[in-house]
Design a protein around this ligand. Sequence first.
Ligand code: FAD
Ligand code: DLZ
Ligand code: SF4
Length: 506
Amino acid sequence: MKIGLILGDQLSLNLPTLQHLNKSKDRLVMAEVDDEATYVKHHKQKIALIFSAMRHFAVDLEKAGWQVDYYCYGEHAFRGFAALISEKYADAGELVVTRCGEYRLQYQIDRDWERCIGVPVTCLDDSRFLCSTTFFQQWAQGKKQLRMEFFYREMRRYSGLLMEGDEPAGGQWNYDSNNRQPYTGKTPLPPVLTFEHDDIDRQVLALVEEQFPSHMGSLDSFQWGTTREQTQQALAHFIEHRLPYFGDYQDAMVTGEDTLFHSLLSPYINLGLLDPMVVCQAAEQAYYSGDAPLNAVEGFIRQIIGWREYVRGIYWLLMPDYANENRLGNTRDLPAYYWTGDTKMHCMAECLRNTIDHAYAHHIQRLMVTGNFALLLGVLPEAICQWYLEVYADAFDWVELPNTLGMVMHADGGYLGSKPYAASGSYINRMSDYCKHCQYDVKTASEAYSCPFNSLYWHFIHRHRRQFAGNHRMKMIYGNLNRMDEAKVEAILARAQSLLADPDAL
Ligand code: FAD
Ligand code: DLZ
Ligand code: SF4
């Protein structure tokens, strides 16, 4: 008998492990284990989503004729998979597992498992991505600079998505320049999709509340879909109600509106419940049937076959050294309000509230608010990466790390952006209504009541002059700094210094 271990983010019926095994002879193993549930202090909703989705998936597998041994959290004494398998399956002929998403666990499998467990281990490549790690390595080889845009075009050609012969639909590869509108309220907001909890959900929610009381978040507002059917409903809901305006308002932020026109599909895609190509094909179909405009559909598909595949490629190309990068030499810890949301900065309070209440924030909230602030403060990349890995329902190291360490913190020297995304409060003011509700003044940088993003932005630009003054995309910024009155620069820097002395007070 062979056994197949199915991990919490491998909930796909087309998983290579399943294709490799024989349902009439072999057994599948799924386990809720401490090592995975506590390697960081995951948000309660993240654990609940994963456990409930795993339990529902086990039922689907059984319905499909598989024999599944499912180990519920708290009902067994094994900390991790290796201990469980060596105790329970020492007589198995082979252990089959699809390569996992995180370097941490894959490293343990490669290094220890055969020796510890005493069973031959077969690791299969994960075929649920468009781009294999080998293809990405070949694509990256010999290139001085890796550009997501060129990788994305390869993926468009390879997948055929939005292609008309050899040409991109509409004649352009990228319609991002149409996608930067603030939300003014003219377009009605989409309806919110809710799911009823079943017995499995209820059991898991109670378990998580009891076993992980000190983790972030509350389960009262748990609204994630946990079955394959529910995630398909979520996809259909997005295509009908949100996709048509996804592009226009992709970068917008509004007080009290936590999702706007975003899809909320990332946890389902990352867990394997939704196939990324199926998601993209549904969006493409909406364009060809006239239900969504090209700027929206192209923008959405680019996030999935472009950014998502690109960050995975970067992760496996550069790990394990990548995780230790800190090219800006940052040392600070994160202020306590990243866990409580208790700050006078309205933009931060809003994004943190969304995070705490829903284990969700959309991309611009992560990149340009909570991430930007950590960059401007000079937070240690390891600290902010760990935070992002803990707090979002969609967070797995392979996707979180390049986004945080690379895109937000510019700690890798620029694989994900040729210049840092550092921005002052003006960006947030342009793309949201946050500043209107804030105690701080977004128009000034040197006063006691000035927007902290403004003062810290100029401090960041000033303190990293050596790294960035020669960057042609930052010429204008350094030109502005050079032209600024010396006394004004001194006043801004003094204000920034006072903020840096006690960032927790903000
Ligand atoms: P939508 O805005 O509806 O986008 C559609 C889909 O595109 C997403 O569901 C996702 O699958 C994909 N996508 C969009 N942007 C990215 C991106 N930059 N990288 C990878 N996929 C992308 N995404 C994660 O899935 N897991 C993470 O742990 C994660 N950590 C992040 C950390 C930081 C600091 C930042 C700036 C971004 C991070 N992202 C992460 C990317 C992005 O913010 C989320 O994918 C997105 O907000 C999920 O919400 P959504 O499904 O509503 O996305
Ligand atoms: C994230 C997570 C959590 C919280 N718990 C489990 C678990 O108990 N069992 C499991 O199989 N997977 C879990 N996961 C997802 C894993 O961390 C993830 O599959 C691996 O790290 C590989 O990416
Ligand atoms: Fe955020 Fe500054 Fe605007 Fe306040 S004024 S909401 S701190 S950007």
